[in-house]
Write a new protein. Structure first.
Length: 307
């Protein structure tokens, strides 16, 4: 088993990843800028900054870390339009520091969080990893940069860097603006949700527990003699319009009233259906959380949690 450090291990996706890794028997270290109580006895919680290479090296040595899952970031494209400098500091300088500490310690593998945002708007009906990147926000530019840094650290320093372009994540613990969160909170709390636009927008939705499964697959994937691709797409299997999603919500919650007006979401890129064939072939990733299963799980969570 690996000794895995998760940056941002107390964050939205990070907490699910930490639990998945620990459940699989990996020694798991959650690394966060604020002190956070360990979520369970078999997880170590450590406080530290991304930029603090001496601290990172201290933690790597203390826990014999051989694998890093790098999730910590300023993670909202719209926010990055207002705060580009802060976004670049966290997402580029912070990533370089983590990669450099990994190189100095001799870490074998880094799982690097990228994003669907690197593609920008796409015209292809199916989006392969070979699709040209077209970042439309400062956040997206930082994610492209992280992918290329990963390739350089792989080619030059021999670290096995696996970057994952993750679709639109939804599920327990999400505090950021996101339409699935808003729909589900409305349905669970008030029995209703309405929005005047967006029914025709298509989404590469991925439930957060599927993201954790993708990370586990990447951590456990066998070594390869050939070069890794720049990144892998990670998503669920479905490619839904928001109107399609609402139909499924009405099936799951027949007493709820959900109304969405026509059109697309002007704050999001229009993209084709993400192919996850490469992640399946190389990493062994399989989505286990189709929408109907995820809706029930998410509703159970929201019945006892604010987010």
């Amino acid at each position: 088993m690996s000794s895995v450090l998760v940056t941002g291990g107390a964050g939205f996706t990070g907490r699910h990843i930490v639990n998945e890794l620990a459940d699989a028997g990996h020694q798991t270290v959650s690394y966060n800028r604020d002190f956070i109580e360990a979520p369970r006895p078999d997880v170590v919680s450590v406080q530290g900054e991304l930029f603090d290479i001496p601290r990172l090296l201290e933690v790597f040595k203390a826990h014999d870390v051989d694998t890093i899952v790098h999730t910590a970031a300023i993670s909202h494209p719209t926010y990055s339009l207002s705060f580009p400098l802060a976004t670049f500091a966290a997402n580029v300088e912070g990533t370089v520091a983590v990669f450099e500490a990994a190189r100095l310690h001799g870490v074998k593998r880094i799982i690097n969080f990228s994003s669907e945002c690197v593609y920008g708007k796409t015209s292809a009906p199916v989006v392969l990893e070979s699709e040209p990147v077209n970042p439309m926000t400062p956040y997206a530019v930082t994610k492209v940069t992280g992918e290329w840094l990963g390739q350089v650290y792989g080619d030059r320093y021999g670290i096995d860097v696996i970057s994952l372009r993750i679709g639109q994540v939804y599920g327990p613990g999400n505090r950021m603006d996101e339409v699935m969160r808003d729909i589900m909170r409305g349905v669970v709390r008030d029995g209703s949700f309405s929005q005047d636009h967006g029914a025709d927008h298509r989404y590469n939705l991925v439930y957060v527990r599927d993201v954790a499964l993708a990370i586990l697959a990447a951590v456990q994937a066998p070594e390869t003699a050939s070069a890794r691709p720049l990144a892998y797409n990670i998503s669920g299997t479905e490619y839904w319009t928001l109107s399609d999603v609402v139909k499924e919500v009405r099936i799951a919650f027949p007493d709820a009233t959900v109304e969405i007006g026509p059109g697309t979401d002007p704050t999001l890129d229009l993209q084709g259906h993400f192919s996850i064939a490469s992640a399946a072939a190389d990493l062994g990733y399989e989505s286990a959380w189709p929408l109907q299963r995820a809706l029930g799980d998410y509703a159970d969570w929201l019945s006892t949690h604010d987010f």
